[in-house]
Design a protein around this ligand. Sequence first.
Ligand code: SF4
Length: 254
Amino acid sequence: MNFMERLQVPEQVLEEVRNGAIHSWSAEKILEWGFDHFAPRIALSASFGSPEGMVIFDLMHRTDPSRSRLFTIDTGRLPQQTYDLMDRIRDRYGCEIEVFFPRPEQVEQMVRREGLNLFYESVEKRQRCCRVRKGEPLERALGDLDAWITGLRPGQSVTRRAVRAVEIDETHGDRIKLNPLIRWSREDVESYANQNQVPVNALHAQGYPSVGCAPCSRAVEPGEDLRSGRWWWENSETRECGIHTGFESDGSGI
Ligand code: SF4
């Protein structure tokens, strides 16, 4: 299916999303609902830069390993610790990680024109880099899916306060988006990871609550917003990569 085509979500599914009951379900029940309606065209989108994604994959694996798909985007600028974690997850769960890369010709063109570190120069340039390195590969990843699973929680930042357990993702062709940790706190996530020895990014122990690309992530002080170390030179309202928001500019829809 062409990615830009709208997904025809069955009316029964839309009704279940609209009636709101799902929003009070446990993470496990939300995942089971997603599997039952969408497998094999459902997968977790994991950045390997926050414990939420790793906890969800552990829950998915406990629920049904045969229906647990996981994809990620290698932007080409990730820290070594993130690549190390990908291999640890592969080894632990015996799973395939569906890795998507940006299109080389788009990266080459952007870097030749604007340099390797264009993102520090303006919000517009930062969003362009995110669109080339993350947004376009995400579109290809979602083109194979009817539903995707994320680790979004309202408590992560001001840009995520309106997150719901199940959403119709208009930015991405009306795909169903599941956010099963909607009612978990950061402490819940860390406690689950500790108790179940879920592998997490080694940079969390060095003060990085959220790890993205190496040049765009840094450690934060205790008590700071969990995502304040991402694109820290911008104000908090603009700090999303476009994967979970729609860019206004260029009509990209990402
Ligand atoms: S996080 Fe930084 S390096 Fe990574 S894609 Fe976005 S702007 Fe580019």
